[in-house]
Design a protein around this ligand. Structure first.
Ligand code: ADP
Length: 496
């Protein structure tokens, strides 16, 4: 490697030393053209660090090192990979306050909720450590009994992992844990808004014993060029992406050229149904979690509340009361329930969705405005009487805005819920188990919370149907996304 680009730069972010280079082939370094980009704290609008800005050729170097490390990592024992992941779990857990501080600094989330993400994110490392040694094949007689069918599972190969900014640690560990457990080497591309948490994770993984070349890290502001270049290279065998549906479908087009394995966790438009026999106080509790966790910046956020008319008044009253009591503040403030939105572009988008809804007849119960000051804060908002055709009902809001639609019957509620191209998550509240099961069988979503506002869990399969994506992450099938089945036809004719 060119000695001029070998640097070991770091920044102190919220009191935590974070390396700010690229990590390629086991070395931290600058980008080939020595460019850096700024990371901003959305609570203050101030720059907190500069991170190396990988060029497409840096990404190719990362793929080269991932490809070179693939054979030995893929053949290393499952137990060894498991123990490295377990060590990484211990290390992230031991440094949970540091991770939480960096998350809060670069994406603004209230610190207590950032600690929650660290625990959730670390859990994927433990979960996949446990999965690594439990990958099995089969051994069976062929149907005619004339030979033996044996199957084994092998790693797919070097994988590109592209993550979003909304859960900067957990979206990384969910992919990296599964890939490493399966024996794949990886190139990690974090969102440009939140590269620091991932840099800290990559450092921890290296210290936990991940061999050089197995994990490579290439933050960039040139995401489209980077993926275009990498996806043309046949050494790359897999892409796993979490982000918006338009980018996901573009990556799928690129993946088609080299017939590349793809996992896509894309957008959602989550309906939250409160059926006529729901326990309303508990539905309001669930709604607060489903809507306002991470300020609504989650693909599994409830986007549309759909409430049976028999319980609508009580539900709306409870939701408005709780929403107007939420404290919006800098993520470092202990009182904060809601931090800023990730950037001003996103805040303007949320404002536009709310303004459009109000202009088309929606009733505003609380919020509906951007807070003054340097950070990108937006007041938690509740709207009713929103026309179903309004953009806020069709698009993912990604902000602290709840819309409530009143349905005349439970059947109408389910029809409204399914009226979307997305199918990631749905929530249903009812006190009757048979009604709950009937609703879950009719709701078109990959995940359904039944009397719960939170579905995310390392031990459960996360993923959606329709425009929400392909594949599942976490759970006992999460590792399958990184494995191929190899079948052996074995002649078992005993010589005469
Ligand atoms: P959002 O609008 O929420 O930022 P995106 O889908 O744009 O969602 O971003 C999710 C991730 O995808 C980020 O890491 C981003 O840098 C990356 N990304 C954006 N555009 C592309 C692209 N054309 N090719 C590959 N990755 C991309």
């Amino acid at each position: 490697m060119d000695a001029t680009i070998s640097v070991d730069r770091s920044a102190v972010v919220a009191g935590v030393q974070v390396k700010t280079g690229l990590y390629v082939g086991g070395r931290w370094r600058a980008s080939e053209d020595a460019s850096w980009f700024d990371v901003v704290d959305p609570s203050t609008g101030k720059v907190i660090a500069a991170v190396a800005d990988a060029t497409p050729s840096d990404a190719i170097a990362a793929l080269g090192s991932a490809a070179a490390a693939q054979a030995s990592w893929g053949r290393s024992s499952a137990r060894r990979r498991a123990e490295i992941l377990r060590a990484a779990f211990e290390a992230v857990t031991a440094r949970r306050e540091e991770f939480a501080s960096v998350i809060t600094a670069e994406m603004g989330r209230p610190y207590a909720q950032s600690l929650g993400e660290v625990d959730y994110g670390a859990e994927f490392l433990r979960w996949f450590a446990e999965q690594a040694a439990h990958v099995h094949g089969e051994f069976a007689a062929s149907p005619n009994g004339d030979f033996t069918i044996a199957t084994t599972r092998v790693p797919v190969g070097p994988s590109l992992l592209i993550t979003p900014w909304n859960f900067p640690l957990a979206m990384g560990t969910r992919k990296i844990g599964a890939a490493l457990a399966a024996g794949c080497t990886v190139i990690v591309k974090p969102a440009e808004q939140t590269p620091l948490t991932m840099a800290l994770l990559v450092d921890v993984l290296a210290q936990a014993g991940v061999p050089d070349g197995v994990v490579n890290f290439v933050p960039t502001t040139r995401a489209a060029d980077q993926s275009e270049t990498l996806m043309r290279d046949a050494r790359l065998r897999k892409v796993s992406f979490t982000g918006s549906t338009p980018v996901g479908s573009r990556l799928l087009e690129q993946a088609a050229r080299n017939v590349m394995r793809s996992s896509m966790e894309l957008g959602g438009n989550g309906p939250f149904l409160v059926l006529r026999d729901a326990d309303v106080p508990s539905a309001v509790n669930g709604a607060m979690v489903a809507k306002f966790r991470n300020g609504g910046q989650s693909c599994v956020a409830a986007n549309r509340f759909i409430v049976h008319e028999a319980v609508a008044e009580e539900f709306i009253e409870g939701l408005v009361k709780r929403t107007s009591a939420l404290v919006v503040a800098d993520g470092t403030a202990p009182v904060a329930d809601i931090g800023p939105l990730i950037d001003d572009r996103q805040r303007q988008r949320v404002q536009r969705l709310v303004d459009d809804a109000v202009a088309s007849g929606a009733q505003l119960h609380t919020g509906g405005w951007a807070l003054p000051g340097d950070g990108y804060f937006y007041a938690p908002t509740v709207l009713t009487h929103v026309p179903v055709s309004a953009p806020i009902m069709r698009e993912e809001v990604f902000g602290p805005v709840a819309t409530v639609t009143v349905a005349a019957s439970d059947d109408d509620a389910i029809d409204l819920a399914n009226d979307t191209p997305f199918g990631l998550v749905a929530f249903v509240y009812t006190q009757n188990m048979a009604r709950a099961l009937d609703a879950t069988s009719r709701l078109d979503a990959g995940m359904i919370g039944v009397n719960r506002g939170l579905v995310s869990e390392a031990g459960a399969p996360f993923g959606g149907t329709k425009a929400s994506g392909l594949g599942r992450e976490g759970g006992h099938t999460g590792i399958d996304e990184y494995l191929e089945t190899k079948y052996l036809a074995i002649d078992t004719t005993v010589p005469a």
